[in-house]
Design a protein around this ligand. Sequence first.
Ligand code: NOJ
Length: 541
Amino acid sequence: MNSAATTTSEWWRNGVVYQVYVRSFADGNGDGTGDVTGLRSKLDYLRDLGVNALWINPWYSSPLRDGGYDVADYRTIDERFGTTEEVELFIAEAHERDIKVIADLVPNHTSSDHRWFQEALAAGPGSPERARYVFKDGKGANGELPPTDWTAVFGGSAWEQVEDGQWYLHLFDPSQPDLNWENEEVRAEFDDVFRFWLDRGIDGFRIDVAHGLVKDTTFPDVGKVGKILESETTENHPFWDRDGVHEINRRWRSVLDEYDDRMMVAEAWVAAHRLPLYLRPDEYHQSFNFDLLATDWNAAEFAAVIDKSVTAADEIGASSTWVLSNHDVMRHATRYGLDAGIPWRQWPMTGPVEALDVERGARRARAAALVTLSLPGSTYIYQGEELGLPEVWDLPEDVLEDPTWFRSDFTEKGRDGCRVPIPWERSGDSFGFGSGGAWLPQPETFGDLSAEAQLDDPASCLALYRSAIAIRSEHLAEEGGFALDSSFGDEVLAYRRGEVLVVVNMGASPVALPAEAKVLLASSPISGSDLEQDTAVWLVP
Ligand code: NOJ
């Protein structure tokens, strides 16, 4: 069922990668938290879905103050998730099913619980232990002011003062101190962490905050700081996208190249003209492209973003990546149910529920799947997207865990609404997530959206994804062969992929399809020869 992508080298170039937020995927031991046992029990489901690879969000020992992006030990699995031995078993079982495994590596910062940080606190100013992090004296007569005006992505100052008066840098939460990548000990440690997991069979790494790491060691004030989801355009920014990161990229690449067929994909929020630098032959194999995720439901805008991304990738011999949702953003089934222009990043806090058209969102999400799964390059699917899960935007405030909520003085709800545990069954305490409830409450609507409810329904979202991925490997796996087709008018996104013609009606009125064409797959039922609003179709001659 899988395409050749998993068996030839460069499997990542055109694969379907399924993102597993392990804490919310499936709970095997009944403690309310997803784990590797649960994940193993769903491997057949994932094989049947047809995915080529899994990207697993951080599963290392962690206090989970930022969902595991606060790593306390890079070489052990958090006991809530499993053990290293079980992860090795899982990797082998995934490989038996021709599925690759991509781990998430977080090199910009550790958890404040990491042994190194505890040693740094104990050792005091000027010590080699502190030199692994970014400690500085403060400004002001008594060092009572932070060293710079840098602000953290989750809000507030990026500096935290410790008992002896020094300050440490944290570009994210105070519980995530930034490592000092000028320090050779830090660099050597990560070479070793890479090898540790490569030796255990990991096929690739998703590198967190790949554009961070290197800081301007003169520590200038910045004046203004962008947030993680804004594209950074400031030249010579003191901590984002500094030229020095490329040397680190190359070092990691040479470690990966000691092994066969391994890859790394960058989470790099950088200006479009800077991204190719990360994809030079001796750096990353791939980088996330978040442009489509940030695009409103509009044919001209979709066409422009897709064309630009495909062209940019072609120019440097890279492959594109397509992402509609992940663990950091509002799920697209909900985003597409909002009117264009609604600031959805903050919307769960302030937006009126009347602004949400659930049916429209679900219909568009199905159509969007036929877009991302038919484009050249690799497509990343976020767990639950294949079930058409919506954002749980109305989680009660007392269950929220995202540091964004706390660091924004309770004005931004943050990202928990896209991390609600997956419904596997129609009914039951946690809709089959596990026998011990779910760490975030699931809405009643999850029963009908469960995998069980959809598995035998040929009209379900799950069936659509399964068919699309199967057809993709047969008809669309070849690289290249992309051309926009403007013959259907302004409100229709259309393009050719080899022999397949993809048509998406993003306008308000039905569109006539070519009479002679044969429908390979449609996102909603097609009656007659018209393509209805918010519907996508794959056609062959
Ligand atoms: C990006 C990750 O996707 C996000 O979840 C995390 O909070 C930040 N990096 C910090 O590690």
